[in-house]
Write a protein that binds this ligand. Structure first.
Ligand code: BEZ
Ligand code: FE
Length: 290
């Protein structure tokens, strides 16, 4: 114990956590310790470098609050969020694919009525997103909750923009008894992730660009169905192949079609022309615990 080798130290630390009661927590802790020690050995980390690392992690905590989530940003920028999503949010073929949640979701978004727009100032091209929420057998899912949040033409979420009306471009809709929904909004734009904190230092150090391709976030929750957290990407965006947070999936890329029909515009309560996107969300049933 007193004259340890590096390997003996690692083993001693592992032993120190091997009585963790919760088996899953034990598995995660022991693997984390093993890999962290391996990482330190691999790069032969120096004490000044580790102090820099600690300062960096501390800065991420200090800049975070209820509106700013720097740690999620780190997870996104390092591809951890996408990897966890790939591993743990697998859906059967035919179901709508999910992707990362990002740092801008808010729990307390307001409900939006049928026909109401989430855009509380009209910057950008009017757009509707319409379709159905169904199960895997095509059965309609009534009363599903569809949370949406996005940027408008100024590239900022409401929580980043002190001039934005409260909850601008954010809210949730409910499906009707046929599982149908109608979202009114404006075309989202590509935007840079926040780079005024430690996450920005990481992007600059790696000479990466900070942009995400334009998208609308959607989270669909319904009784007895698996929750879906996804994006609707604009198929014309220039950053689809270089998303700074590695979260684009082919099936989530859509054609934002211009609809010039006055009759369609009237039926949706918008002015023609408008961008018209039809998108069904297909949800698997919740897994029943064994
Ligand atoms: C977003 O899409 O809101 C987002 C995701 C990851 C990092 C930053 C922003
Ligand atoms: Fe986003």
């Amino acid at each position: 114990m007193r004259n340890m080798t590096e390997e003996e130290l690692t083993q001693l630390v592992l032993d120190g956590y091997s009585n963790t009661d919760n088996p899953r927590l034990r598995e995660i802790l022991l693997s984390l310790i093993k890999h962290l020690h391996e990482f330190v050995r691999d790069v032969q980390l120096t004490e000044p470098e580790w102090i820099e690392g600690i300062k960096y992690i501390t800065a991420a905590g200090q800049i975070s609050d209820d509106k700013r989530q720097e740690v999620i940003l780190f997870s996104d920028l390092l591809g951890i969020s996408s990897l966890v999503n790939m591993i743990s949010a697998k859906v059967p073929e035919g179901a709508t694919e999910s992707t990362v949640i990002g740092p801008f979701f808010l729990e307390n978004a307001p409900e939006r009525a049928w026909g109401e727009s989430v855009a509380k100032r009209e910057i950008g091209d009017p757009m509707i997103i319409r379709g159905k929420v169904t199960g895997m057998n095509g059965e309609p899912v009534p009363n599903a909750r569809i949370d949406v949040w996005q940027t408008d033409a100024n590239g900022m979420y409401d929580v980043q923009d002190s001039n934005a009306p409260e909850h601008n471009l954010r809210g949730y809709y409910r499906t009707n008894e046929r599982g149908e929904y109608l979202i009114k909004t404006v075309r989202p734009t590509s935007y840079p992730i926040p780079v005024d904190g430690p996450a920005g230092d990481l992007v600059r150090a790696a000479k990466r660009h900070p942009w995400r391709p334009a998208h609308v976030h959607a989270m669909i929750t319904a009784d007895k169905y698996q929750t879906l957290i996804t994006h609707i990407f604009d198929g014309e965006d220039q950053y689809l192949d270089s998303d700074v947070v590695f979260a684009v999936k082919e099936s989530l890329i859509h054609d934002f079609r211009m609809n010039e029909s006055e009759a369609d515009a009237k039926s949706f309560g918008v002015n023609a022309p408008f961008l018209d996107l039809e998108q069904n969300f297909i949800l698997p049933k919740q897994r029943v615990a064994a």
